[in-house]
Each structure stands twice: as C-alpha cells, then as structure tokens.
Design a protein around this ligand. Sequence first.
Ligand SMILES: N[C@@H](CCC(=O)N[C@@H](CS)C(=O)NCC(=O)O)C(=O)O
Length: 204
Amino acid sequence: MLRVHHLRIGRSVFTVWLIEELGLDYELTIYDRNAQMRAPAELRAAHPLGKSPVIEDQGMIIAESGAIASYLIDVYDRDGRFAPPKSDLKAWMRYTQWLHYTEASAFLPLFLKLLPMRTQDQAPGIAAFADGEIALHLGYVSDQLGEQPYILGENLQAPDIGLVYIMSLAQRIGELTNYPRLQAYLARATARPAFQRAMAKTGG
Ligand SMILES: N[C@@H](CCC(=O)N[C@@H](CS)C(=O)NCC(=O)O)C(=O)O
C-alpha cells in the first residue's frame, strides 16, 4: 500500500492532493514540527534527509516532491489526465519545465523571505534579493497563467500541484496582495474536492 510520510504543515499535503486527484488508496504517517519548526528526528527513519514528503510504494522509498509527482503520474495516471503524452514533445517539455520550476527556481526566494520572519534575523542584502526575485517569479507565473484556469490550460495537470504550493506560501507571507490572478488561481485550485479531502485527512 502506498504510504505518505506527511509533516504538518508543509509541502506534503500537496503530494496527498495529487494522490487524491488520482483516486489512489494510501496510508499516512503524520509528523508534527518541533518548537524550532523543524521535522522531528523520527522522520529520518523514513529517509536519511528527514524531510517531507517521502513516499513508500512497491518496495521503494521516494523523496523530493517533484520526483514523487513524476512517479505517481508515470505509474498511476493511466488515462493521461494530469500530463500530456511524451509523444507530444512540445507539450511534454512545457509540462516538464513547469514540473521542475517550483522546487528549482520559485521556492528559494519565498523561503528567504519566510526564514527571517521565523527567526527574527534580518539580513538586508538577502531581503533585497528575495524581494526582487519574488516579484520576478510571481510576475512570470501571472503572465504565463494569463486567463487560463490552470498553468497548462483548461485542466489541472501535475505542475499545478507544486505551483499552488508556491502560491499558498506566497499568500502566507503576504506576497500575493498585488496579484489578483494568482489569488484566483489559488482559490480555484484549493476549492477542488481532492484538495479539500487532502486537507481534511492530513490536518494541513
Ligand atoms: N526539495 C524537497 C524539499 C523538502 C523539504 O524541505 N520539506 C520540508 C517541509 S515543507 C521539511 O521537511 N522541512 C523540515 C526540516 O527541514 O526540518 C521537496 O520538494 O520535497
């Protein structure tokens, strides 16, 4: 049985959301953050990095939310609901870029903004860098989204899962105020029944 190691509160609810969209059976192991907002040591028993999400399936332990999304799509999205076919190379590469984009590029500037909010440490150079990069990335996503409901068009696809995590993080730290289109995207995606089920089962 597919198992998700879920740390509250963070990215892994988005992995659970994708699993709910796919309609799979799964089990959860839930961890709470410690007083320093870090993962508890027990998560290292699942994977040496001790970070979440981690999934167990078919005798494998898989970390990294993007790799987990790729695995789930490749193995379980048999009707091609959440990814274009690889035979359509142009669509496939566009999909792949968005799938990698969130962890590879978009997350870091937001995290650089979030971290001093948690620790009360201010580093002006880093803050200025983060502000510029956040504006760059949120502007980019907003332009690419245009009037489409989801990043690749009419339907939710796997890259939306990570992207909506980024939008929720941006909203949490007050960075979505000037981006009504991104606010609407976040609201539209998180209203989906599968996301609501993921929230209810994981506790966020
Ligand atoms: N690039 C990894 C990042 C994993 C990660 O940093 N997860 C956070 C939760 S959102 C975590 O486990 N933090 C706890 C810690 O570092 O102690 C992924 O996409 O899965």
